[in-house]
Design a binder for this molecule. Structure first.
Ligand code: SF4
Length: 170
């Protein structure tokens, strides 16, 4: 389930899947999987491999892939890393995708002692919305949902990265 509402269409997400593969510089972006979600995925897809994080939760072991597919044509690296849940029709987890995936391109980040919500400008359909519309969407309940989720799953809070425009402090 995506929590982006009207901001990005289902078809845009299905077509793009940019948030489901990573260059080596973007591996810090891979979603943190809760223990409950990990057990669910392991039961459904037993071949899936994870690494446990010291701070709690797990990460997927990504699939190293030669960047031959044309969807990778804009990048300079020879190797990319696909999420193991990604198949030809999109995310195999559907409505059960990790929370972070359901809010991407929003990110919750920490900057010194403050928490903020930022947005990745890699998501082109998202960037076609006005700033006012994006902020209004966050204020309509999603910002609180992200903040509440992060309280019990702090692993989703990334250190602030300069490339991410800040939308609001929470
Ligand atoms: S879990 Fe699904 S939505 Fe999240 S990165 Fe993997 S394929 Fe994409």
């Amino acid at each position: 389930m995506s929590r982006l509402g009207q901001l990005v269409s289902y078809d845009d997400c299905k077509e793009c899947r940019l948030c489901c593969w990573f260059t080596k510089y973007e591996l810090w972006e891979t979603p943190v999987i809760t223990d409950i979600k990990r057990a669910f995925i392991k039961e459904k897809y037993p071949e899936t491999q994870f690494v446990s994080r010291e701070q709690g939760g797990s990460l997927f072991v990504m699939k190293e892939t030669a960047a031959a597919d044309k969807k990778y044509s804009d990048i300079a690296d020879d190797i990319v890393f696909d999420c193991p849940m990604l198949d030809k029709t999109g995310c195999k987890l559907g409505q059960e995708k990790p929370f972070e995936c359901s809010i991407w391109p929003y990110r919750i980040m920490s900057q010194e002692d403050k928490l903020l919500i930022s947005v990745s400008t890699l998501c082109k359909p998202m960037c076609e919305n006005s700033l006012e519309k994006v902020i209004s969407h966050l204020k309509s309940g999603l910002a609180k949902e992200i903040s509440d989720y992060a309280k019990t799953n702090p692993g989703i809070i990334k250190e602030y990265n300069d490339g991410y425009p800040i939308l609001m402090y929470i």
